[in-house]
Write a protein that binds this ligand. Sequence first.
Ligand code: SF4
Length: 347
Amino acid sequence: MTEEFVPQRVFFEPSALEYPLGKLLVEDFRRMGVSVTPTPSHNRVTGIPGKNPAQAYREAKRTLVIGVRRSEKFQTCKPSAHYQLPLVTSCPGMCEYCYLSTTLGKKPYVRVYVNIEEILGIASKLIQERSPEITFFEGAATSDPIPVERYTGALKRAINFFGLEQNGRFRFVTKFTAVDSLLSARHEGHTRFRFSLNCDYVVNKFEHLTPSPEQRIIASGKVLKAGYPLGFIIAPIFKFSGWKEEYERLLERTAEELTRLAPMGWSPEQLTLEFISHRYTLKAKATILEIYPNSSLPMAEEERKFKYGQFGYGKYVYPNEDLEELKEFFRKQADIYFPMAKVEYFI
Ligand code: SF4
């Protein structure tokens, strides 16, 4: 997706107008000619059109809700961080396997919260409680926060906030590429900027309305040049005809761009890599097929191994020998293209 996210309709909680950002957003969207309507709560938005689940989902992804996050509590976010940092919920992308399509249920519309200072105030208290231990916050647990950043500037404020926190660290992941406004943030190395990458075949087939791998690679180079700690999540990994060539090309091109733009003194040791092979639950499969009835995602139980999971949700993963082949391949690729990078996990 090269064009920026412009919602088709906007809803706002009246209390959002008590915050300068809320007022500004409502005025700006009205000026842009977007339909702007009050809603009693960002958790109960009605009036999004759609005659069937597929249409309703698509329309929800074109809907922006401006709200106030009232809870004083942050969800935990184990094992990658201590807490979620709730700045945004959902995202306008249409990736067929998006885990949010299951977890957000009937509320896939994009939500932004305008009481950013209050949210960061809670983060500050949580950091103090654990001090002198370092407390990690994840900014993309229930969203991709980049597409709405041009409206809210929330991510930049969070990055600046963590830049000043001795004992707080921030991380998030994105598939989007509008990173320019973040390049000047005073991150002080306290924010790890991660990109979710996949090969052309997978992105073209399943990650609708998201930027191409090449655009993401270019954005990651800019982020590296700006001195951020950088990471990549290669996910979900699929086996398909030609997968080795496609994934090798992706990693080779990524390494080339990083080498070109790395700041003086940077070493691949500072890079993190995460690899996640494709998996699905039956619940997710049912949701996906409701939203994308013609999906060609490989989800045939007989080709997968059932793995018992927490909370009674078993997953269908690649069988052991496929998984071993994938692991071995990506381990070798990491050695070739990112020697010394920290491979966090392969699942
Ligand atoms: S970009 Fe991420 S959050 Fe957005 S639809 Fe795709 S997988 Fe989901």
